[in-house]
Write a protein that binds this ligand. Structure first.
Ligand SMILES: [Zn+2]
Length: 413
């Protein structure tokens, strides 16, 4: 089987040219200009490869290579093409265009799939527009109801219903969920977005589980006032309380002793936000992740307790509300085994590893046996313009993906 590396790299460059950002940074906000142009181009690439293309109401795209036994559940592969502002060329796109190249390589090798092989482009894996990640795959797996149409809004106040209609995606969101058994397996190729493969000089990572984030909104209500007028003993400074809570989040995550537990506060608004004004209100979002759901939920509980302690000590209000708490996913042993064989056949060393970032596979794992292949990215850098994977590394990933799809599409069960 021959992977046309030059064609694939040129495809990645073409896709990168559809961007709303200023080069070298890429930006493809879902349903905005770059995303729409990229979708049109990708659909034509899929049709050129003889694939049957359909789209659902939220803009997930399915491009199917019909197998010899089309009545059997299909094998899915794919990822996302939306990109956060000022990001790079490889996050998500390697899984979409690599999936397409894997299909083209299998076709050119004369392979006939028994089960159909279907390439997916998931809508809005990034939370940039609607504040919620994995919009498309979440809906495919039934994790989001039709009321999302009115409930999800972008920063300009436009609803999901308005934005998807303007992008040409019609119909009820309730029809997006895939019926049970639609896929016999789903495999996603992705850059690692971490440093481990590069550090260890390994070309392939085989994912065994995907950590899941939970997010909390923490709202602190204190008392404002003049930075000179209100004396220190009389203060209820919301930001001082926030500082204690930030450190408590770090402490709670570290205290599990498990390397997989992560706690981050990456977003914080201070009101009114003037140098000579005591902060009266602070709003922060905390992100807590783990591969072990129980342990993660324990940490969430400990953070809530810490917030209550800070509130009591400082005599102010702290309100903690969950934004989301997704379950981690375990990859299918059968798919892991197929990927291990695929790597070995191609003479590629691999390691089994945890995905600490979440991906559409997290949601696909709820409705299909799922697996992920990682390739190294330089310095572990992602979500930045200097994100990079070398052509050879991308080719290696596509080889493993193609061989895995071939095996899975021939399996009886
Ligand atoms: Zn991604």
């Amino acid at each position: 089987m021959h992977i046309d590396r030059d064609r694939l790299i040129s495809d990645l460059e073409t896709l990168a040219s559809f961007s709303d950002g200023t080069p070298p940074g890429i930006s493809r906000l879902v349903f905005a200009g770059g995303d729409q142009q990229a979708r049109v181009w990708l659909k034509s690439q899929c049709r050129d490869a003889g694939l049957t293309v359909r789209e659902d109401a939220v803009g997930n795209m399915f491009a199917r290579w019909v197998g010899a036994q089309p009545q059997l559940p299909a094998i899915g592969t794919g990822s996302h093409i939306d990109a956060i502002p000022h990001s790079g060329k490889y996050d998500g796109t390697v899984g979409v265009l690599g999936g397409l190249e894997a299909i083209r390589a299998l076709q050119q090798s004369g392979f006939t799939p028994q089960r159909s092989i279907e390439l997916l482009l998931f809508t809005s894996e990034e939370p940039t527009r609607f504040g919620l990640g994995c919009l498309g795959s979440r809906m495919l797996s039934g994790g989001l109801k039709g009321d999302a149409d009115a409930r999800l809004k972008d920063s300009g106040g436009s609803t999901l219903a308005e934005l998807r209609a303007a992008a040409g995606f019609q119909g009820s969101l309730d029809q997006v969920r895939l019926q049970d058994g639609y896929y016999a397996a789903f495999v996603e190729l992705h850059i690692e977005q971490g440093p481990l493969l590069e550090k260890e000089g390994l070309p392939v990572g085989i994912v065994t589980s995907i950590a899941a984030p939970a997010a909390l909104r923490i709202a602190i209500e204190g008392e404002g006032g003049h930075a000179g007028g209100v004396l220190m003993p009389d203060r209820k400074d919301a930001f001082c309380a926030a500082a204690e809570i930030v450190l408590a989040v770090e402490e709670c995550a570290r205290a599990t002793g498990a390397i997989d537990t992560c706690g981050t506060i990456g977003k914080c608004h201070i009101f009114p936000g003037a140098v000579n004004s005591i902060p009266s209100r602070v709003e922060m979002d905390a992100d807590i992740r783990d591969t072990d759901e129980q342990r993660r939920n324990r940490v969430l509980g400990e953070i809530e307790q810490a917030c209550a302690r800070v509130a009591a000590k400082r005599n102010l209000q702290v309100k903690v509300s969950p934004i989301n708490a997704d379950a981690p996913a375990t990859c299918s042993p059968r798919i892991i085994e197929a990927m291990v064989e695929a790597a070995a056949e191609n003479g590629l060393a691999y390691k089994k590893m945890v995905s600490r970032a979440y991906h559409d596979s997290l949601f696909m794992a709820r409705i299909a046996p799922t697996g992920m292949v990682f390739i190294p990215c330089r310095g572990g850098v992602s979500h930045r313009p200097d994100e990079y994977s070398a052509p050879q590394e991308i080719e290696n990933g596509v080889k493993v993906l193609a061989a895995t799809l071939a095996k899975l599409s021939s399996l009886e069960s």
